[in-house]
Design a protein around this ligand. Structure first.
Ligand code: N1C
Length: 291
């Protein structure tokens, strides 16, 4: 009995030790796997937020190539050349001192045919406009052109005495007038308005006090460039909330009418947002029936 006990006890001890080692191994493996996972996530986070010119370059070239792939009419463009023309506008410059003319070489590098009668301008209606154009081919905004598509949603800037490109820590839209991003949109919008032809549409926001906002790009750049020799008419679609808010008689819209060449036909229509939403959810509705 004594002998049996002394024999059984060490075997139990050995088993316990084995279990302990196996448990330790399992915990260690888990720690290693977790550490690797953390490393991957961390390096990914770092690489997408650090001031790396390589990242922005890759994003821009990838978006450029994807656009050309989906829009065969843009195939004459060279994405590498577009990147070079783009970066020379702001690299090494104070990010608050980039005039819109700095993007002239970029705009001259991009090859883009105007699409008469389908150009859609907007102000303070970005979301609904793009929800709409995403579903329809009848209208094109600046973001549906190569340069607008590439830069939409991106932030970038340079720094004096540095050849780096930054994607964080850049001045905001209203921090300074000549900031890197705002000057780009001013310049690209100017080119888009210069190319406008035929019947032009503008979607404005009827839920705000001044739908034709005097500080907007639409008012300060685009409308000023509309040429009666090329444009037949300007149709304003005033997006309203259940017929509330501003109407086509709004003083700011009268200012818009005064601003354009009298040879250019002007009309305005207040359209409830729900009607446009209906068109977004029923893509088979003819565009002409949307407002
Ligand atoms: O100042 P806005 O509008 O009147 O500018 C809109 C006007 C449109 O007709 C476009 O052609 O100017 C052009 N445009 C863009 O295409 C664009 N895409 C993204 C102007 N701004 C653009 N953005 C961003 O929207 C930009 O970075 C800034 O934050 C807003 C300006 O929109 P807004 O004041 O509603």
């Amino acid at each position: 009995m004594e002998h049996e006990e002394s024999h059984r006890f060490p075997r139990k001890k050995r088993r316990t030790r084995l279990c302990l080692i196996m448990g330790l191994c399992a915990v260690l493996s888990l720690v290693v796997i977790f550490a690797i996972y953390l490393g991957v996530v961390h390096s990914h986070v770092l690489s997408s937020y650090s001031p790396s010119s390589e990242n922005l370059k890759k994003t821009i070239i990838d978006k450029c190539e994807a656009f050309i792939q989906n829009n065969k009419s843009s195939s004459a463009n060279n994405c590498q050349k577009i990147w070079s023309a783009f970066e020379q506008a702001f690299v090494g410059r104070d990010p608050c001192n980039v005039p819109m003319e700095a993007y002239d070489p970029l705009m001259h590098t991009v090859i883009q045919d105007p699409v008469c009668n389908r150009m859609l301008f907007w102000s303070k209606t970005k979301k609904i406009v793009h929800d709409f154009t995403e579903k329809r081919d009848c209208f094109l905004t600046l973001e549906d052109t190569l340069v607008g598509f590439i830069m939409n949603g991106l932030t970038w800037c340079g720094k004096e005495k540095s050849n780096e490109t930054f994607t964080t820590g850049c001045p905001g839209w209203t921090d300074c007038v000549n900031n890197t991003v705002r000057s780009f949109w001013n310049r690209a919008s100017a080119a888009f308005a210069d190319a406008a032809c035929g019947d032009v549409t503008a979607m404005l926001n009827g839920s705000i006090a001044t739908p034709f906002s005097p500080t907007s790009i639409f008012a300060t750049i685009e409308v000023k460039r509309f040429k009666a020799a090329k444009i037949k008419s300007l149709s304003v679609v005033l997006v309203t909330k259940e017929n509330k808010g501003t109407t086509c008689d709004d003083p700011s819209l009268q200012d818009l009418q005064k601003e354009i060449d009298p040879k250019l036909k002007y009309n305005c229509k207040a359209v409830p947002e729900s009607k446009i939403q209906d068109c977004i959810s029923h893509p088979d509705t003819a565009c002409g029936a949307c407002w």
